[in-house]
Design a protein around this ligand. Structure first.
Ligand SMILES: [Zn+2]
Length: 267
């Protein structure tokens, strides 16, 4: 998996800043023939390429809608396939809406696979593999069993379970290439058990970049408290999380170094 991060900090979902504990993952695909990450993730970081319409999702309401997911899989400017994390993993996303039995957003992480015309087997295999690795990585991070009923589902399954809006993704795409959500779940399970080492969670870098300060974690520190102290508001804690590779707030350890955004102190 080629995992990068560009948190959609201008999206209303991020700004509303509700945290949640992931109990599952919902797989989506975009339903539009545009495999380029820059369509959804921006602004250009040098890898994505420039979105000339600036209609990516790093704005309050993309296309006037309240939508935001945790990651996208698609093509970089150089044509290779990669994954972009776009929300902190422990922030509640807006990806599956709701059904009569509740909202998948309350329980599941959600990511989108950028569709091409759904016919290219080479592109499909690359994004399928990337999605398997992303789910294996997240299942390990949050101790989720992808084979357990309802844990790893697509949007179409969420609709049938009464917890998501009426969409057919990814059922309209995977079977064209001999896959299904059942084979997907099995592949994730295999990837979790396989001998190949799982991608290590991103480690906080010790040297702060300009505009950041380094903080050594002390007894009693929480991301919330650090956000209150350094950013003025506790609900801005996901900014610290994002700067530290999406670190799990429960896994702060005394003595570890965190990067903190540097804010000009207002007097
Ligand atoms: Zn969907």
């Amino acid at each position: 998996m080629k995992l990068y991060q560009l948190i959609l900090t201008k999206n209303e979902c991020y700004i509303s800043g509700r945290s949640f504990a992931p109990k599952g993952i919902m797989v989506h695909s975009t339903g539009a023939p545009n495999p380029n990450l820059k369509r959804y993730v921006g602004p250009d970081d040098g890898r994505l390429g420039k979105n000339q319409y600036s209609n990516h999702w790093n704005q309050a309401r993309p296309e006037g809608r309240q939508i935001c997911c945790h990651a996208f899989i698609g093509k970089l400017a150089d044509g290779t396939v990669a994954t972009y994390q776009t929300l902190p993993w422990t922030m509640r996303g807006w990806h599956g809406a709701k059904g009569p039995k509740g909202s998948v957003n309350d329980t599941h992480l959600g990511f989108e696979i950028c569709e091409d015309d759904t016919r290219d087997p080479v592109y499909f295999r690359k994004v399928f593999t990337e999605a398997v690795e992303l789910c294996a990585y997240l299942c390990k991070m949050f101790s989720l069993d992808p084979m357990r009923d309802g844990v790893l589902i697509d949007h179409a399954e969420g609709y049938r379970r009464g917890i998501a809006s009426n969409h057919g993704d990814v059922r309209h795409w995977f079977p064209k290439h001999g896959e299904s959500m059942d084979t997907f779940r099995a592949a994730v399970k295999t990837a979790m058990c396989g001998k190949a080492p799982a991608p290590a969670p991103p480690k906080p870098a010790p040297a702060p970049a300009p505009g950041e300060i380094a903080h050594t974690v002390k007894q009693g520190d929480t991301l919330w408290a650090l956000a209150v102290k350094h950013l003025g508001f506790g609900h801005r804690w996901p900014e610290i999380q994002a700067l530290n590779g999406g670190i799990d707030p429960r896994k702060l350890r005394i003595g570890m170094t965190l990067k903190i955004p540097k804010e000009a102190k207002k007097s």
